[in-house]
Design a protein around this ligand. Structure first.
Ligand code: NAP
Length: 315
């Protein structure tokens, strides 16, 4: 019945602008609603983590390591994962987490892109602690892509960033169902904002956001899913050193020297606080939410200012 309207160019466009107008008229109310929600969330009770079991992938450095310390301070039992490398700091992270208050920390070397290894570390965690409360899918890599690169070297980006979250989630769901647990996905603002040079990284993070937003419908309210869409956080991830160690294009300058970035400890604390309050999405630094809104409303100016970033990626 409506096809005739949508096939007509004028009415099709009119419908778009009417929606946009309604959206703009409603936005003050939506803004107040958001503000109330935000203020309400400040007073929401936080989950008591004492005696709870948290499994974190990619915990040998950066945000995974710092989230492990935050959980440890709140008395959680931990299972932490990273790949086996001679220089791995995973064991030191386990020791530090114990010092900070975790009653027991299990560390396991595994590659999240391998399905059998994911099954093994989820099973071993439950066997060791008897339960699982939070699964934090944090492991990730972020090589930069330009069209001059061989496209096949980027296969691991999707394998680690996307499948490396989906595999452990699949094996953890039956256990999380029993504990009304939580799944935390470290996606990225890049999955929504698509900065230049991100290519496969952006695609892997967009896939995560899309997959877990759909999964919510199946597992909630028993399991809460928290999707993290972080901006620039001060870890090795946003340095020239990181980009020259891996595959793909190189970054010309450390991003922390050019853009506003957030301190990693503050970010990890904000994330764990948000998770404990039952947040379903967390963006840090918070002002990155404005970029997301701006991109959807005004894609052209978003393209122009994002393009500045292109000059930072060596071809
Ligand atoms: N820093 C940022 O600005 C930023 C912004 C948005 C999102 N993020 C996301 O935050 C997450 C953590 O990044 P980070 O900044 O903390 O960088 P990081 O220090 O490099 O952390 C990445 C972690 O993932 C582990 N890892 C990599 N490949 C793995 C594999 N195949 N199997 C198991 N573990 C693996 C690494 O350990 P090993 O190498 O020892 O295995 C390391 O512990 C990533 O998913 C990233 O996309 C970061």
């Amino acid at each position: 019945m409506y096809e005739a309207y949508f096939n007509n160019k004028f009415t099709n466009l009119l419908v778009f602008y009417i929606y946009l107008l309604v959206f703009l008229l409603l936005s003050p109310f939506l803004f107040v609603w958001e503000l109330f929600n935000y203020v309400g969330s400040c007073f929401r009770c936080k989950e008591n983590m004492s005696g709870k079991v948290v499994l974190i992938t990619g915990a040998s450095s950066g945000l995974g390591e710092l989230m492990a310390y935050e959980y440890a301070k709140h008395g959680a039992y931990l299972a932490i994962i990273s790949t086996q490398k001679p220089e791995s700091r995973l064991q030191q992270v386990a020791l530090r987490a114990r010092e900070l208050g975790s009653p027991d920390v299990l560390f396991m070397f595994a590659d999240v892109s391998k399905v059998d290894e994911c099954r093994m570390f989820v099973d071993d965690t439950v066997q060791h602690f008897g339960r699982l409360d939070h699964l934090v899918c944090n492991a990730g890599i972020g090589p930069l892509y330009t069209i001059k690169n061989d496209v096949t070297i980027f296969l691991p980006v999707i394998d680690i960033n996307f499948w490396g979250s989906v595999y452990p989630t699949h094996f953890a769901i039956p256990h999380l169902m029993k504990t009304n647990g939580k799944i935390i996905i470290n996606a990225s603002a890049a999955g929504v904002l698509n900065p230049p040079g991100g290519g496969f990284y952006n695609a892997s993070k967009a896939a995560l956001i899309s997959f877990y937003e759909s999964l919510r419908f199946e597992v909630s309210p028993t399991i809460t899913i928290t999707i993290l869409t972080l901006g620039f956080i001060q870890t090795n991830f946003i340095t020239t050193k990181y980009s020259s160690n891996g595959v793909g294009a190189r970054l010309k300058k450390d991003l922390r020297d050019l853009f506003p970035t957030m301190e990693a400890e503050a970010c990890a604390k904000a994330i764990v606080d948000g998770i404990r309050k039952g947040a379903t999405s967390i963006t840090e630094p918070k002002f990155f939410k404005v970029f997301v809104l701006f991109k959807f409303l005004f894609p052209k100016p978003h393209y122009y200012y994002s393009n500045i970033y292109s000059s930072l990626v060596e071809g």
